[in-house]
Structure formats: structure tokens, C-alpha cells
Design a protein around this ligand. Structure first.
Ligand code: UDP
Length: 241
């Protein structure tokens, strides 16, 4: 199948290096200490953060740092095509672990010893790249909860189909069987905190694809900074500062 037309357009009309439209909203779950919705095209996720709070299971309490927990799940209605278990399956367990490790890289856990931070991320609509969208939503939710962070973590994926690197794969492109590279970065510190790939790729092309995904991460970071700034301005306005 042809994933890029002779005119250089993808199935959804994007250029190879073009990201899907991103949109974010802070404070979607009022009950949580911090929350956000993040959309990348038709992929839509919600993140809710609780904490820092008392550690529920005392045996897991750490005297020098906070315990970070993360739970990824997919809503039953999030996907029309392939329906697997929304939660508790191997994929969800793996993605929960990946997101937890990625977020741990930016949270200043040593400032909150003997406490626990819970990050819940749920996919409301799945169209490829849900782990990236969840990381971006979690970053916003953590910032909304006022959790001290070294930097913002942002994530984006890129793939390689018809010998062309493609940014931010949607489900149809993702399920084409080509390589799918997910990158997470700390943009200000200029560090990579997540790098995952399925399938195979020649090493020189891998560099191009990782570079493309990194550019996507940077674009997400710029957008997230704008949203946070806008949110702070609104809070100040409401407080009458
Ligand atoms: N997907 C699905 N049902 C499932 C698991 C995945 O429809 O049970 C779709 C969904 O659109 C997801 C895509 O397959 O975004 C790719 O899944 P993958 O495991 O590669 O993770 P993701 O790209 O979402 O991070």
C-alpha cells in the first residue's frame, strides 16, 4: 500500500514531516490535584495526578524520595477496530511502566520523601501514538498539580514507510508494520529520556527517524509552554494580581 502519494501527501493529507494538530486543556478533572486533556489528531487522552500524599502501602515508602505510580488504560470505547482488554493486559502494564520511568526522570522526587504521587492516564480515543499523548498529558497534569520538575518531558513518535521518514504516525500508518520509534525528551536539559522502537531499521535511517521524532517533541514542548503560560495568566487574572 502507498502511504505517501506521488504528490508527497499522506493518507490524512499531511506532509511527511508534519505533526497532527495538537490541543491541550488543563484542569479537566476537578477532583484531582492536577489534570489535563491532550489531543494529537484523533488520539485523545486524559491525565489525572493525585499527590504528593501519604504512601498507601507503608512497605513501599521511601525515606529519601517520593514513590511514583502510574496507571495507563484504554477506555472501552476508545477504539473501534481491535478491542483488547482496556487495562491489566501486557501492553497496558508495559506502557504504564514506560510512562512511570519517563516521568520519574523529570520529577524532583528527593524533595518529597515519604510521599506518593499517582499518575492516571486514560485513552479516550485511540488513533496511534497513545503513549506519547499520555506522556504529554501527564507533564501538563503534573505541572497543574504543582509538582516540582526539572524540566517538561514531551514525547512524539516517528516511523518509516515507503522509504520516507514520517512524523507522528496515526493508527493506519502504525499498523502498516513498519518501524515505529517513540522518543521522549527533556527539552531544556537537551536530554533523551525515552527511546522505544518496534520492527527493524538500518542504523543511518534510525538516526534520521529519531531526529524527526525529537523535532516533534520540541514542537510539543513549545506548545505545552504556551498552554502553561496562558493558564498561569488566567489564574493571576482570577486572583486579581
Ligand atoms: N490499538 C487498538 N487497540 C488496542 C491496542 C492498540 O486499537 O488494544 C491501536 C491504537 O490506535 C493505538 C495503536 O493501535 O494507538 C498503536 O498501538 P501501540 O501499541 O503501537 O501504542 P501507541 O502507538 O498507541 O503508543
Amino acid at each position: 500500500m502507498e502511504y505517501v502519494s506521488p504528490e508527497g501527501l499522506r493518507l490524512d493529507g499531511r506532509r511527511p514531516m508534519e505533526m497532527r494538530q495538537i490541543r491541550a486543556e488543563i484542569g479537566a478533572v476537578s477532583r484531582a490535584d492536577g489534570s489535563a486533556i491532550f489531543e494529537m489528531g484523533n488520539t485523545k487522552v486524559v491525565a489525572a495526578v493525585y499527590g504528593p500524599r501519604e504512601v498507601q502501602n507503608r512497605s513501599q515508602q521511601m525515606s529519601d524520595q517520593a514513590l511514583i505510580r502510574c496507571e495507563y488504560s484504554m477506555a472501552n470505547f476508545s477504539t473501534g477496530d481491535r478491542k483488547r482488554k482496556p487495562k491489566g493486559d501486557r501492553r497496558s502494564t508495559e506502557i504504564s511502566l514506560v510512562i512511570r520511568q519517563t516521568m520519574e526522570a523529570c520529577i524532583m522526587t528527593h524533595l518529597m520523601p515519604r510521599s506518593q504521587i499517582d499518575i492516571y492516564v486514560q485513552v479516550l480515543q485511540a488513533d496511534g501514538g497513545t503513549r506519547s499523548a499520555c506522556i504529554n498529558a501527564a507533564t501538563l497534569a503534573l505541572a497543574d498539580a504543582g509538582i516540582p520538575m526539572r524540566d517538561l518531558v514531551t514525547s512524539c513518535s516517528a516511523g518509516y514507510l515507503n522509504s520516507i521518514p514520517l512524523l507522528d504516525l496515526n493508527y493506519v500508518e502504525d499498523s502498516a508494520g513498519g518501524p515505529d520509534v517513540t522518543v521522549g525528551i527533556l527539552p531544556k536539559l537537551d536530554k533523551v529520556t525515552l527511546l522505544q522502537m518496534d520492527s527493524k531499521l538500518p542504523i543511518d535511517i534510525l538516526e534520521n527517524v529519531v531526529q524527526l521524532a525529537t523535532e516533534g517533541c520540541k514542537a510539543v514542548a513549545n506548545y505545552i509552554r504556551e498552554i502553561l503560560l496562558e493558564n498561569t495568566k488566567q489564574l493571576e487574572y482570577r486572583r486579581g494580581v
